[in-house]
Write a protein of this length. Structure first.
Lengths: 520, 520
């Protein structure tokens, strides 16, 4: 095989992949519309459209090897005959291909239809605080995910087979090891913090950060807070000619193409931070999406490495940047000016209040210290569901027990408990751990960025966020799936994933804030 | 063939059609998103997605007869062995099928991609008042539409082949006959009206209705006018749990399913009527969409008969209802209450001003009398383009000449002239005449409704719009394509299309308004 022939075959593969991807993004548009715009009664028809398209995409994807094109290239990969970018295309395409071909088209379509319907049922069940309404759907989803794990195959836990689609190369055992260490660090660390509790004691705590930071009775008109969040998004380098910001119950980011990456956020007229931080979080994701090399669209070179790496981008912006003192040095005066009389605390107290650590019930409202315990609970429960050691009907009770054990609080309703997240209704089981992986990676990348960008925090304090975006684009975004998560971490930070960066970050930030001894 | 077998075959066909339709509605979602939400840079990727999906839908549609299912049923149709609803399914499916199979998939995909891109170029060209920018795209579109006409085949004019896809069974000759009669009635009728002209004489007239009806300097906040239009939409019976209202440059209606029928409108802060009438117009369309029998979704029984019939629904609501005295008897006090001090004219003068007839440049702003002349101009020009007797480069000059001839006014810019409409950029050539057919049908249906619904105008004056909606649903919407346009008119009004109803309506309404003798 001549080099030229190889190049042609890669081009041929790219063309086929591109077609599949363009169809796939059509599904993403339907899903985005479903979350953002669709009228209630459109749900059933939409589920059918998504299901049919999912089946078609699956079919088209499997057809990329109908003449052995991919198999042939894979042989060349094994013989080490491909240059790194070609190797990445073939390696990662083969990974998805060999996974996809284990799933029959009927399975894919059923799953798409089931989850599209289940999302609406979940939304209703949550609104009505009625777990029983959602339970039969979740049972069917768990059943189908167990079936999926069987079809995919696994060595140790069926959970491995699910985890792998969100975080390639990661195993359940490894997650358990990391999470156990993290629990061992976090639970006593949180216990040492002088957590202020409500009068009802340690067991029921509502998130009352707001009252500390925002003057009582303040109202933030939705348009005005949207404008403010948009200014921050712009400063972060989010290109609004290649994106847009809408409102949805659960903020999310969706990529149709590097030139059309949309985020959603939410607006609480009483609390602008419920829009600022989700916006920064989603823009962190969106910068990854916009930073992928559009010339490789359709191939793994224009695809994110893993959800963990994706989440590292959102969390880096949301927490390391957005909840830092340098960031607010620049933005606090602007916020005060935009909303006169509302922010009366001096900057240091504002910063301290913003970073108050309190066990709370809602994951998305959790501070960056307690957040990972929310994830660990979800991981433990969904793993048990998939391994068949617990049942859906027992979830609410188990959820509440676990919250008491790890966070010392108990939800009074399932709405604030087991029904709070959309993930299970969408079939995203195996997804939650990537949130914590993201937190760990974000601390490790942040550490590297601070070392490499001279005066990074001073720049941020002056409102310059684009230097950081450029660094992330150069070191992470533009590579697509050229590296595995492990190799990316190695390339960017000189080390594989090392959770110590996260614990060091937490200690260094919260020790002084809470007056803990530095060796804590 | 037993009856049961036939029923089973119809069911099989229905299932196949449904699948194609669900995929087709995915394209409609992408197109809706393109108009309403898509960020600018997403245009190229979207064009590719739409093109690929269009190709797939085309493929899937042709495959419905892969085993001769449709051909077999068609034989049964010819032998008159089918009941009317089955006959309609087979007849109309065969009509689209035999059209579609004449178009190669590459042609369909190229056309979809070309027009998706052309729309963006047109929007830019219009904004920049730069016809030359759009011209090369329009040339390619005309060329491809001529190719389409050749592929489809025709007897007299290639325009027949295009017209047929929007208005089945209609011919160019018939349109010419109707339009000639209409011109013969309209041009002298308008000439007899005491049209008030601007100081620059009869040749340049701007639309200055506003100043007559709305107090000078009045501003209508977008949210407030949206709310008002929504109230009217609700009163008309538009189900907002199965629809939604957004803003777009050109108002339009799109049906994904009878349970998800969306309209767009526009908002001019200085003129609420630019939102009220487009909203009523689009809701008129949407009521047809929501009134189609969802249990037949995917088959011709849940599809609109023709664009002319569709337009009859929108125009009936916009003009016969929305610009009538009874309607405003109910709504004018509400409008006055909602916007205090803005509407000071007494109702009769308000009504007269609302119905002022003035030649204007912009089709969508035209009154119901001059409107059809806008259509006739477009028809004559696009027919000549398709027949190859004129060229794209000559359009601006020809456009302006024709405006002078029929309406006595000349656009000063192409933006107000030949660039004003989106249709040609989307490849909708053969579409314009259906607007006038809609006007003609609307007068004919309105006449029948007034005869059959006792006290219809009194009901409307009391705010009851739903009785009319029910009548339209019962007599028109719920039948889908059971009847042809001709047979529907026969069934509902006892006559085929009869343009005299329109001229009678215009005479009866505008004669008294302008103090003309009734025999005018």
């Amino acid at each position: 095989m001549t080099e030229k022939k190889e190049r042609n075959e890669i081009e041929k593969l790219t063309e086929r992949l591109r077609e599949v991807t363009y169809l796939g993004t059509s599904i993403a548009v339907l899903q985005w519309d479903q979350e953002v715009n669709m009228p209630k009664k459109g749900a059933n028809a939409r589920a059918t459209s998504i299901s049919l398209l999912s089946g078609l995409v699956h079919q088209k994807f499997l057809a990329i090897d109908h003449d052995g094109l991919l198999s042939g290239l894979r042989k060349r990969l094994e013989d080490k005959k491909l240059v790194p970018s070609e190797a990445a295309i073939v390696r990662e395409t083969w990974r998805s291909f060999s996974r996809a071909r284990k799933l029959p088209e009927t399975f894919v379509k059923e799953m798409a239809e089931l989850t599209s319907r289940a999302q609406n049922v979940w939304a209703e069940a949550r609104a009505e605080n009625n777990f029983a309404k959602f339970a039969p759907y979740l049972e069917r989803i768990v059943e189908k995910k167990r079936e999926e794990a069987k079809l995919i195959g696994y060595e140790e836990s069926p959970y491995d087979a699910l985890l792998d689609s969100y975080e390639p190369d990661m195993t359940t055992v490894e997650i358990e090891r990391i999470f156990t260490d993290l629990k061992t660090f976090l639970v006593p660390f949180i216990a040492r913090l002088p957590v202020r509790c409500t009068q009802t004691g340690f067991r029921k705590v509502s998130n009352n950060k707001r009252s500390l930071v925002i003057a009582q009775g303040a109202i933030f008109p939705v348009e005005q807070q949207a404008e403010f969040s948009k200014r921050i998004a712009g400063a972060m380098g989010y290109d609004l000619e290649a994106g847009r910001i809408d409102a949805s119950t659960h903020p999310f980011t969706t990529d149709f193409h590097p030139h059309d990456v949309r985020i959603t956020t939410r607006y609480n007229p009483k609390n602008i931070f419920e829009s600022i931080f989700p916006t920064m979080h989603e823009v962190g994701h969106a910068l990854y999406g916009q930073g992928l090399p559009h010339e490789h669209f359709g191939t793994p070179l224009a695809d994110a490495i893993s959800l963990g790496i994706h989440e590292s981008q959102s969390r880096l912006w949301e927490n390391m940047v957005g909840k830092s003192l340098p960031f607010w040095k620049h933005w606090y005066p602007k916020l005060q000016k935009e909303f006169p009389g509302v922010f009366t605390l001096p900057l240091p107290s504002f910063y301290r209040s913003l970073n108050r650590v309190t066990p709370t019930l809602i994951r998305v409202e959790a501070d960056e210290v307690t957040y990972n315990l929310h994830i660990i609970i979800r991981f433990e429960l969904e793993k048990a569901l998939i391994e068949g050691t617990i049942e859906v009907k027992d979830l609410p009770a188990l959820w509440n027990e676990r919250y008491q054990e790890y966070l010392g609080i108990i939800p009074t309703t399932d709405r604030e408990g087991v029904l709070q997240d959309v993930h299970w209704s969408t079939g995203y089981i195996g997804y939650f751990p990537t949130y914590t992986l993201g937190n760990l990676y974000s601390a490790q990348f942040w550490n590297a960025a601070k070392k490499e960008i001279r005066g990074l925090e001073q720049k941020i304090a002056k409102g310059d966020l684009k230097t950081l975006r450029e660094w992330l684009r150069k070191h992470i975004h533009r590579h697509g799936k050229l590296y595995s998560a492990e190799n990316l971490a190695l390339a960017v930070t000189g080390e594989k994933l090392n959770p110590d960066y996260f614990s060091a970050y937490i200690r260094a930030k919260y020790g002084p804030l809470y007056g803990l001894p530095t060796e804590a």
